[in-house]
Design a protein around this ligand. Structure first.
Ligand SMILES: C[S@@+](CC[C@H](N)C(=O)[O-])C[C@H]1O[C@@H](n2cnc3c(N)ncnc32)[C@H](O)[C@@H]1O
Length: 263
């Protein structure tokens, strides 16, 4: 994406992209940040956390946490059980800790100075980012491999290449992307239905599922975390992926009595 292409969406996005081009000069003067500090406007923070449906069961991790506003809002405004922010710049950590104190959330929010690429993010229920496309793309394999299926990932301004977002929105000129980490279901499955049983080979491209049954019928589907919806032979199947099994979920118009297991 070019800087010009970013301009109509967000000036902040353009500033960050420009930084990426000028990075060697910036590095000579200061800490070698992968992304400069530009805070997310508060209405955008609010919408990011709303799109991720942050609530009391969630541990929220903000990578490159700046003055801490996303982690602090997750706890203070959305009631998240805990939040964590990491930033390479110690000045940001000092600011974030002061802001957490002022907001009265120090018991639930931790800020740590460090490199976001070295942080183990596996425990996150919600991951938030305002970084750069290049940084998101470096994080993408870690997100897909180490986060639990169903984890929500929200990014201000920057996408993740050909991993299409599950939702997006624009607030105050800033685009917000939401992805739900999909379960991994590529491979061969046996589907059992009443007295019928057939195998299906599934291909997976992020949340998009396609496949062919042993009777050469085409299957098309989509994952929302661990929830799978697919159609085969004109019939809708909705199920919950539980490791090597898929159990049916009742849904209007969907086949009721079926299940699947890896073959
Ligand atoms: C665009 S700001 C976003 C701040 C905050 N998340 C927000 O949305 O308001 C990016 C932040 O990432 C931090 N950062 C840059 N490179 C980093 C790295 N490798 N590890 C951790 N933090 C980094 C910067 O110091 C900066 O505070």
């Amino acid at each position: 994406m070019t800087i010009a292409a970013l301009r109509p969406i967000s000036l902040c996005a353009s500033a960050l992209a420009l930084f990426a081009l000028l990075q060697p000069a910036a590095q000579a003067q200061t800490i070698a940040l992968d992304v400069p500090y530009v805070p997310t406007p508060q209405p955008v923070v609010a919408r990011m956390l709303e799109m991720a449906n942050v609530g009391p069961d969630d541990y929220v991790v903000d990578l490159g946490s700046g003055d801490g506003r996303i982690a602090i809002s997750a706890v203070k405004d959305r009631g998240a059980k805990a939040a964590y922010g990491i930033d390479l710049d110690p000045r940001r950590i000092d600011e974030a800790q002061a802001n957490a104190k002022q907001a009265g959330v120090v018991d639930k929010v931790v800020f740590e100075q460090g490199d976001l690429f070295e942080k183990d993010i596996a425990e996150a229920d919600v991951l938030t980012m305002y970084l750069l496309n290049t940084v998101n793309m470096r994080l993408r394999p870690v997100i897909l491999d180490s986060l639990q299926p169903g984890t929500r990932v929200v990014s201000h301004a920057f996408s993740m290449g050909d991993w299409e977002p599950d939702r997006s929105d624009i607030v105050e000129g800033a685009r917000i992307y939401l992805w739900v980490v999909p379960a991994k279901i590529a491979g061969s499955w046996v589907i059992e239905r009443e007295n019928e049983r057939f195998t299906v080979d599934l291909d997976q491209h992020f949340q998009e599922i396609s496949g062919t049954t042993e009777h050469q019928e085409r299957l098309r589907g989509r994952l929302n975390g661990t929830e799978l919806r697919f159609e085969v032979d004109g019939q809708l199947y909705v199920g919950q992926v539980e490791g090597d099994r898929i159990e049916p979920i009742s849904a209007t118009g969907a086949v009721a009595d079926w299940r699947a297991r890896r073959s």
